[in-house]
Design a binder for this molecule. Structure first.
Ligand code: F6P
Length: 491
């Protein structure tokens, strides 16, 4: 079983001569002004939640976009700040982008082109040449920041996600001795879908600058290899899951990401969370109702309207549950400058209003919608209160929210309703699997969850907890680091 301590020992043994650098668009800690005070926010990002404990164990530097309005105020002359603020373990180095760069690179090419291209959620990708040019420029900015940080030291650079597809090649052009790995946190679609991207060759060439490329599941590796085979002249070795391109070898392997199981389990059992559960119930005016919950970044890939439609159908079909079940949807606003995200927000507002009008009685409403950034203790309390918990993504690389729910239920109670279109469904086979597009079948799963005997809940939850306990975030990091050091030793 991998733990923070054993990962720390692995890093000491294998990486002691190297500087460990993580690079991502999103930063793990965001400093913002609240009047004259400076607050630290933790963003709603599976990526940062997963990697922060790894960095706390490994030490080193995390390079990311400084997106908070107080970020510049707290850094030193090298644009660095030590984090976590309460107990510093590593350096966060911030990269500054202008508004134009953020629009073209983040809102534009990354989230209006690559995101919908890679998620089959029927949202059309938008390809704009100037966005692509800004994306290239911003990848150059990140490359320079990484190169400056490393200087002439030996280094492993661990790049995150689709915002930085060109980064490894740019780094290697400047210093070929740096070892790079990249983890693609979202799905990789089939070659037919990916070829819609007018710059697919450049993206593949950029990614094949890496020594190691990680995906959540083998299916995404297969899609990637097929895309390479069809799009560029490269040698693909299906046995070893490797590509040779321009004389360089890249391994494309699955590494299912996870969470810090023990820390979440421990925190869920704390007195603070128990007190927060009582306060939250009082604040939301909850009595003896059974509780369903969903916690998501407000993204059209998460299937939030679909789960609200299932709730509607459930209450229509089973009137005996009216006034007996409440569904709490917590949603953190995200990428709201993109039109599809604005429309999603409107759609959710309308559905919530409609369901509450249809089934509400007096003050009582079946859906409580919290469209805000909730603190970690409140999120934990919500997971603990949820008799059933819904993850209904239309498409999702992994979905760590599902694993967080399982890790929080140390009491072995509660039912996870999970979409098979998430990477997590490959591991959490004891969840109730639903097709989010099939509303009636989804509504039936809600009934089945509410009526599931305690023993069955316990049996399923226990098995899922075993899976997440063993395949935790430290194992994910250790597996990647173990492979990465082989490149350093020339194996
Ligand atoms: O996991 C996919 C991802 O896009 C991460 O890269 C990102 O941090 C997270 O979702 C949240 O999105 P954003 O950083 O755009 O708020």
């Amino acid at each position: 079983m991998w733990t923070k301590e054993s990962l720390d020992a692995l890093v000491r043994e294998k990486l002691s001569d190297y500087l460990f650098v993580v690079v991502s668009n999103r930063e793990p800690y965001i400093h913002t002004f609240s009047g004259k005070k400076i607050n630290v926010e933790i963003p709603p990002s599976g990526l940062t939640v997963a990697l922060d404990p790894v960095m706390q164990a490994c030490g080193g530097t995390w390079v990311a976009h400084g997106s908070g309005n107080a970020d510049k105020r707290v850094v030193d002359k090298d644009n660095k700040v030590s984090v976590p603020p309460a107990n510093p373990r590593y350096a966060l180095k911030r990269v500054w982008l202008s508004k134009e760069e953020e629009i073209g690179y983040y809102y534009g090419f990354a989230n209006s082109a690559l995101w919908p291209l890679c998620h089959i959620a029927y949202t059309r990708p938008v390809f704009v040449e100037s966005d692509w040019n800004t994306y290239k420029k911003v990848n150059e900015i990140f490359a320079q920041s990484v190169i400056d940080e490393i200087g002439d030291r030996k280094a492993f650079v661990f790049i995150q996600d689709y915002h930085l597809a060109l980064l490894s090649r740019l780094i290697k052009e400047r210093n070929p001795n740096i070892i790079t790995a990249q983890f693609w946190h979202i799905p990789w679609p089939n070659p037919e879908a990916f070829r819609r991207c007018p710059w697919q060759e450049e993206i593949l060439s950029g990614l094949l600058g890496n020594d190691l490329l990680g995906f959540h599941i083998r299916h995404h590796c297969n899609n990637f290899l097929e895309t390479v085979e069809r799009a560029i002249e490269a040698r693909v070795d299906r046995e070893r899951y490797q590509v040779t391109f321009k004389g360089k070898r890249t391994a494309a392997w699955p590494f299912p990401i996870s969470v810090d199981f023990e820390a979440i389990s421990r925190e869920a059992a704390s007195k603070e969370v128990a007190a927060e559960m009582r306060m939250l119930k009082a604040r939301l005016g909850l009595g003896r109702e059974m509780i369903g919950a969903g916690l998501d970044r407000l993204d059209y890939t998460k299937g939030i309207p679909d789960r609200l439609r299932a709730m509607d159908r459930f209450l229509e079909k089973y009137p005996r549950y009216r006034k007996r079940v409440v569904f709490i949807q917590a949603g953190v606003p995200s990428r709201i400058r993109i039109p599809q995200y604005k429309r999603l927000n409107e759609e959710i507002d309308e559905l919530v209003e409609q369901i509450n009008w249809k089934y509400g009685v007096g003050e009582w409403k079946p859906v409580i919608y919290l469209r805000e950034h909730l603190p970690p203790t409140t999120l934990m309390a919500l997971r603990r209160l949820a008799d059933f918990f819904v993850v209904s993504s239309l498409h999702d690389g992994m979905n760590l929210v599902a694993k967080e729910y399982v890790a929080s239920r140390f009491d072995e109670k509660g039912v996870l309703i999970l979409s098979p279109f998430t990477g997590a469904a490959r591991e959490l086979t004891d969840a109730l699997l639903i097709n989010p597009y099939a509303t009636d079948h989804f509504a039936e799963a809600i009934r089945a969850a509410l009526e599931m005997p305690r023993e069955e809940q316990q049996r399923r939850m226990r098995k899922m907890r075993e899976v997440v306990r063993e395949n935790n975030i430290y194992k994910w990091a250790a597996d990647i680091i173990t492979e990465l050091v082989k490149f350093g030793s020339g194996e």
